[in-house]
Design a protein around this ligand. Structure first.
Ligand SMILES: Nc1nc2c(c(=O)[nH]1)N[C@H]1C(S)=C(S)[C@@H](COP(=O)(O)O)O[C@H]1N2
Ligand SMILES: [Mo]
Length: 386
């Protein structure tokens, strides 16, 4: 079921009742109950994004305005019995409770922007319709994630010499098309964990509060620079391996393909990093004259990449001016930007494009792909000044 209405308390209570009947998330974990906090894209599984203007209010996105992306029902995990296993190509397989994760390892914080590979899919669908959750530009958020460094946990288990990938598996029971039930999962190259310039985390907190169920309570992976799908929620199993995970969400789902043809899918590479991106979140107005427009800009997820330049246009991309980028440029992190544009009465098309320090820039239009991933064409908003 797809709905574009804003989540209201009553609607949430209805889906909470449905969820309770399925033995999953109960209403005590609701963070989206307040009217207008998130726009529900699909109720079951629950997928929702904030109204765009909520994204530029604060640098750290509060949970109530942080998108939620689920492939199945959200498990309501009891932390007391919770364990995460570390196994595979390790010297000493480990089984750790939440307390052991907190106490045996350093507690660190990593700021990272999480973005769904399907962010801005509506615009890809406008070129030619694609399936999947029809996201606007709000399937993105920036948080401070707290937890244990994944590298440290893996070293405690003893990484074997030929290890090349780290697999993650969640606790959510997802129904596949063939009727079988399998958990969400994926993997990342072990290099990203061991040699990466930003720590990958086993996170138990978000913006200094414990994770709530929507965001993966009690534990999730956080992989800075990679698409959201690699940050696995309700994380219960980590497998060190010499090959990528066979899980559907690594081996088949997140790829840039032109069809669902089996041989094409088998040949394609999984998506790891996200590309440079930007969006207009607030277009000011409605009065003619000078106004301030705002948005976000995200460097590509490649190591060391930071925002170098944000440009806006008020005439559909014919002429451009520089926007003012707010705060410090950091890898794996969005920056907000503002620009003052002077609009005479009438209709206008506002446009933004960003360029990062590795000279990656946004194309006028992104190339269409079958799954609607990684749309990063110039972001356009139609306005009328009166
Ligand atoms: N276990 C599990 N982890 C998951 C998912 C999921 O459905 N199940 N969705 C992934 C996707 S596609 C994204 S974009 C992010 C979204 O994280 P959020 O819901 O905390 O914003 O979680 C990822 N981790
Ligand atoms: Mo995603």
């Amino acid at each position: 079921m797809r709905s574009n209405v804003v989540a209201s308390r009553r609607q949430f209570l209805q889906s909470a009742a449905a969820a309770a009947a399925m033995g999953v998330l109960g209403s005590q974990h609701a963070v989206w109950a307040a009217e207008g906090d998130l726009i529900v894209r699909t109720a079951d599984p629950f997928n929702a994004e904030p109204p765009l203007n909520a994204l530029t209010a604060e640098r750290l996105t509060p949970a109530k305005h942080f998108y939620v992306r689920n492939h199945g029902p959200m498990p309501n995990v009891d932390a007391r019995g919770f364990k995460v296993r570390i196994e595979g190509m390790v010297q000493r397989p480990l089984e750790l409770s939440l307390n052991e994760i907190r106490e045996r390892f350093r507690q660190i914080a990593t700021e990272a922007t999480l973005t769904c590979a399907g962010n801005r899919r509506q615009e890809m669908s406008a070129i030619k319709p694609v399936g999947g959750v029809q996201w606007d530009a709000g399937a993105i958020g920036h948080a401070r994630w707290q937890g244990a460094p994944l590298a440290e946990v893996l070293r405690a288990a003893g990484i074997k010499a030929d290890a090349k990938h780290v697999w993650f598996e969640g606790l959510d029971p997802i129904k596949e098309k063939d009727g079988s039930v399998a958990p969400f999962g994926g993997s990342i190259p072990i290099e990203k964990v061991i040699k990466g310039d930003a720590e990958c985390l086993l996170a138990y907190a978000m913006n200094d509060s414990p994770l709530t169920a929507e965001y993966g309570f009690p534990l999730r992976s956080i992989v800075p620079g990679y698409i959201g799908a690699r940050s696995v929620k309700w994380l219960t199993k980590i497998t060190v391996s010499d090959r990528p995970s066979p899980n559907h969400y690594l081996a088949e789902a997140y790829q840039l393909v032109q069809s669902d043809d089996k041989t094409e899918v088998a040949r394609a590479e999984p998506i790891y990093t996200f590309p440079v991106n930007a969006a207009i979140c607030a277009s000011g107005g409605p009065k003619a004259g000078p106004r301030v427009i705002r948005g976000y800009a995200l460097p590509s997820g490649e190591p060391g990449s930071t925002i170098a330049k944000v440009e806006v246009s008020r005439d559909g991309g014919k002429t451009w001016m520089s926007a003012k980028v707010v705060g410090e440029a950091k890898p794996y992190a969005w920056q907000h930007w503002t620009a003052e544009v002077n609009l005479p009465p009438g209709k206008h098309e506002l446009v933004v494009r960003a360029t990062d320090s590795r000279a990656s820039t946004m194309p006028e239009r992104a190339e269409w792909n079958f799954k609607g991933y990684l749309y990063n064409g110039w972001h356009r908003v139609q306005v009328e000044a009166t």
